[in-house]
Design a protein around this ligand. Structure first.
Ligand code: ATP
Ligand code: MG
Length: 569
């Protein structure tokens, strides 16, 4: 297409709230404009990239027996009442009324609608398994929309839902989606990890998040430096690799510790290292007191506490509750001599401690000479702390490192949560009614676009991977007033287009410097400039990613470009 026609207004100055590269570049390169806070219009270049990503997604979903459908953005509130999410979803749910006062929501996701469709359309195990997907606009009234389309209030999602008669069937569908997602994000040129995530109360491997590695990511990933192990920080496991500590020595003894409430105050005051101090934190788990212990240089992970008790109701006790149960302030509590109503859970590393220090449940007092392996006979030892960099990887290979990630996709085993709530049943081989077993699988299409730019740019602009670039080639006539340049440009535009390239042709009457700047900003994989040597039939070819420039004779251009384009990422 001729650039003259292209609506892609470039910007020199971006608003101050655009503080990350992808947000700035999407504005500067005219891919999008903000229409309201957290709500964007995609201009033609942006729309082209979205379409490229969507094509990749469709191809990979179809390859796994996914069937595309299209559901409405407006959904009746009654469906959300049936699932119980009308209240549970909270203020992110956008609600509205029609002229008759009926309640609707703007769909943030489509479990309710799809389950109601399948409830009415599938009755026998013979129709299962099934996988249905759509690419559609979602609405979430995010508390803090930010980072442009990375966290917006209206965004494009691919959401898929699988339906099975058996758990094994669900596993199979889940693995297929996992594979499809890996292909999709690889094809988009992304460096990503599929990380084990927290699935709510039960934990385990029933959900993975696909994370694009990036310093601006909001999530921390713990991954092994020498295997494919990767997990969200909240749930990264730690095996019990410790040797149990001593059971010998004199009994634990109380000592006065005025003004030593924190680990560092105790450490300084008693001249011990933090790993010799037991950190004690009181939680209220489903209404009951639980005293959790870890080493002073570690941190207790409340998600793991929840997983241990199979609940999400885990609160840190208030100062008042601490005093009621343990008769001391939070800085002086500990596990020795607590009443039986308080359950004590300790991290594996605590059992390995010898001659430890812990709070004595008396203000300004600690115990010393504590041997956890001897003195905590009724404690449960488990993995309840956060991993740290340098900890061993749970698969036994390498050590843990941290990275930041942007969540672009999510695969999740739903089980029968929605089919039971909405009554979506099938008759099994024995004619018995059973709830359909479901999975759900989301990809943020618009977030993926921004994530690609986060990973592929430099100070001059975007560097598109060719798989998602809005055009394949950028052809420039540097001075269209010069007849030879003009004619060569027109000739190449025709030829390259007929060779199958999608060409953006800059024949505008602008200075060469302006054209080069725009070309770098737009970031198409290859740039071909007809300039001063047009009279000799020589053009200049530049690879955007490497900056390599070469002069090429027009007669050799087709073969040259074919080879070069193949080597482009
Ligand atoms: P987040 O933790 O980032 O809020 P989520 O867990 O709410 O994400 P899901 O409900 O799993 O996200 O949605 C599926 C996908 O939709 C996400 O993996 C992400 O790529 C995308 N997505 C979710 N919320 C937004 C948003 N506000 N803007 C853009 N994309 C989003
Ligand atoms: Mg969210």
């Amino acid at each position: 297409m001729r650039q003259q026609w292209l609506f892609a207004p470039t910007l020199r100055d971006v608003p101050a709230d655009a503080d990350i590269a992808s947000h700035q570049l999407m504005l500067r390169a005219g891919l999008m404009r903000q229409t309201a806070a957290g709500i964007y219009s995609y201009l033609p270049l942006g729309a082209r990239v979205l379409e490229k990503i969507e094509t990749i997604v469709r191809e990979e979903m179809n390859a796994k027996e996914g069937q595309e459908l299209l559901m409405p953005a407006i959904q009746p509130a009654e469906l959300w009442e049936e699932s119980g999410r009308l209240e549970d979803y909270g203020p992110e749910l956008v609600r509205l009324n029609d002229r008759h006062g009926r309640d609707f929501v703007l769909g943030p996701t489509h479990e309710e609608v799809i389950t109601s469709l399948v409830r009415d359309g599938v009755s026998s195990y013979k129709k299962l398994p099934m996988n249905l997907y759509q690419i559609q606009t979602k609405y979430r009234d995010e508390r803090r929309p930010r980072f442009g389309v990375l966290r917006s209030r209206e965004f494009i999602m691919k959401d898929a839902y699988s339906f099975d008669a058996t758990k094994d069937g669900l596993d199979e569908n889940y693995n297929k989606m996992y594979e499809a997602y890996s292909h999709i994000f690889s094809r988009c040129g992304l460096d990503f990890r599929a990380v084990v995530a927290d699935s709510g109360a039960i934990g385990g491997t029933d959900t993975h998040e696909f994370m694009v590695l990036s310093d601006i990511g909001e999530d921390t990933i713990a991954y092994s430096d020498s295997s494919s192990y990767a997990a969200n920080l909240e749930i990264a496991e730690l095996p019990d690799l410790y040797e149990a500590g001593s059971t010998e020595g004199p009994a634990a003894e109380k000592i006065q510790t005025p003004n030593m409430k924190t680990i560092s105050e105790v450490s300084e005051g008693l001249s011990v290292t933090p790993d010799q101090i037991i950190k004690s934190v009181l939680f209220i788990v489903e209404g009951k007191p639980v005293l959790a212990l870890c080493r002073g240089d570690h941190d207790i992970n409340d998600v793991k506490i929840g997983n241990l008790f199979k609940t999400v109701q885990v609160e840190t006790a208030t100062e008042e509750e601490v005093r009621t149960y343990l008769a001391a302030s939070a800085g002086y509590i500990g596990p020795l001599g607590v009443s039986e109503e308080i359950e004590v859970v300790a991290d594996y590393a605590v059992r390995a401690m010898t001659d430890a220090v812990c709070g004595a449940n008396e203000d300004e007092t600690h115990y010393k000479q504590v041997q956890p392996n001897r003195d905590l006979p009724s404690a449960t030892f488990a993995d309840i702390r956060f991993v740290q960099e340098g900890d061993p990887s749970p698969d036994g290979k390498g050590v843990i490192q941290f990275a930041k990630g942007i969540e672009v996709g999510h695969v999740f085993k739903l089980g029968t949560k929605y089919s039971e709530a909405l009554g979506a049943q099938f008759l099994d081989e024995n004619g018995k009614a059973q709830p359909i077993i479901m999975g759900c699988y989301g990809i943020g299409i618009s977030r993926t676009l921004a994530a690609v730019i986060e990973q592929h740019h430099d100070e001059d602009g975007i560097i598109w991977p060719k798989s998602v670039a809005p055009f394949d080639l950028h052809l420039l006539t540097l001075n269209p007033k010069n007849e030879e340049q003009f004619e060569l440009g027109e000739q190449l535009y025709k030829e390259l287009t007929s060779q199958g390239y999608d060409v953006l042709f800059d024949d505008r009457k602008e200075r060469a410097g302006v054209k080069f700047k725009d070309a770098d900003l737009y970031g198409l994989p290859l740039r071909i400039a007809c300039g001063k040597r047009a009279n000799e039939n020589i053009v200049e070819v530049k690879v955007r990613r490497t900056g390599e420039v070469e002069e090429v004779d027009v007669s050799e251009l087709p073969q040259y470009l074919e080879k070069l384009y193949q080597t482009c990422m």
